[in-house]
Write a protein that binds this ligand. Structure first.
Ligand SMILES: C[S@@+](CC[C@H](N)C(=O)[O-])C[C@H]1O[C@@H](n2cnc3c(N)ncnc32)[C@H](O)[C@@H]1O
Length: 206
């Protein structure tokens, strides 16, 4: 990895490490989509489960999981994992749950290691100053996550998307807005619009 890519990852890491409590509390304000994902995903979450960029937070049903490995680029975020239970945050006390620091671009696991791989609200946070680099990052993160799923396993991705019109405006102003926010050490997320995302996945045989 180049020095500048390493520096950019360090900025993402610093940003998320500094916001651990706020981030988890903020998730309590999004309970409707979380409950929706919980219902939609529960039949796919089984066996050996890997959560990439987990933020140390379980927001899904692990009843059928043999093990759950919560990973993140930030060690601070996975130090004391929590889960959402009855609209509140609780610390995870479950022998099946383990944690590990891992970068989505270079996951420290062999090919085909997991039955279910979750990448939830992570892809738009792999942002760099240039729009084109964000698409490259998306591609690399997806390839790497896909690599560690077993052939009959599942790769579950949950993302915030913009409508086509808003995404065009966002894309137009992105690079200048990014350079402003990064001065305050806030890496601006890059949102991909839904129809573009679906075409991308079709192209990759997802
Ligand atoms: C918005 S949070 C989502 C957390 C969790 N997946 C959820 O849905 O609640 C984005 C997470 O991605 C992690 N992240 C950012 N860059 C990463 C990278 N290169 N590799 C792994 N995780 C990364 C952040 O540390 C943060 O925990």
């Amino acid at each position: 990895m180049s020095i500048s890519a390493t520096k950019k990852i360090a900025k993402q890491k610093a940003y998320f490490s500094g916001s651990v409590k706020n981030y988890r509390r903020s998730m309590l304000m999004h309970l409707t989509p979380i409950k929706h994902f919980y219902r939609l995903s529960s039949k796919y979450i089984k066996g050996e489960v890997l959560d990439v960029g987990s933020g140390g937070l379980i927001t899904y049903d692990i009843a059928k999981a043999k093990s759950v490995l919560l990973t993140d680029i930030s060690e601070d975020l996975i130090r004391s994992p929590q889960k959402i239970v009855n609209d509140r945050l609780e610390f995870v006390n479950d022998d099946r749950a383990k944690t590990k620091v891992a970068n989505v671009f270079k996951l420290p696991f062999k090919k085909s290691s997991f039955d279910t791989v979750l990448v939830l609200s992570v892809l738009h946070h792999l942002s760099l100053p240039k729009v084109a680099s964000n698409y490259r990052n998306l591609d690399n993160a997806l390839k790497e996550s896909y690599r560690v799923v077993k052939p009959k396993g599942y790769l579950l991705i949950w993302e915030s998307c913009l409508s086509i019109l808003i995404s065009r405006i966002y894309k137009f102003f992105y690079e200048v807005t990014y350079s402003f926010f990064i001065k305050f050490n806030k890496p601006l997320p890059y949102f991909f619009f839904s129809s573009g995302r679906i075409k991308f996945f079709e192209g990759k045989r997802f």
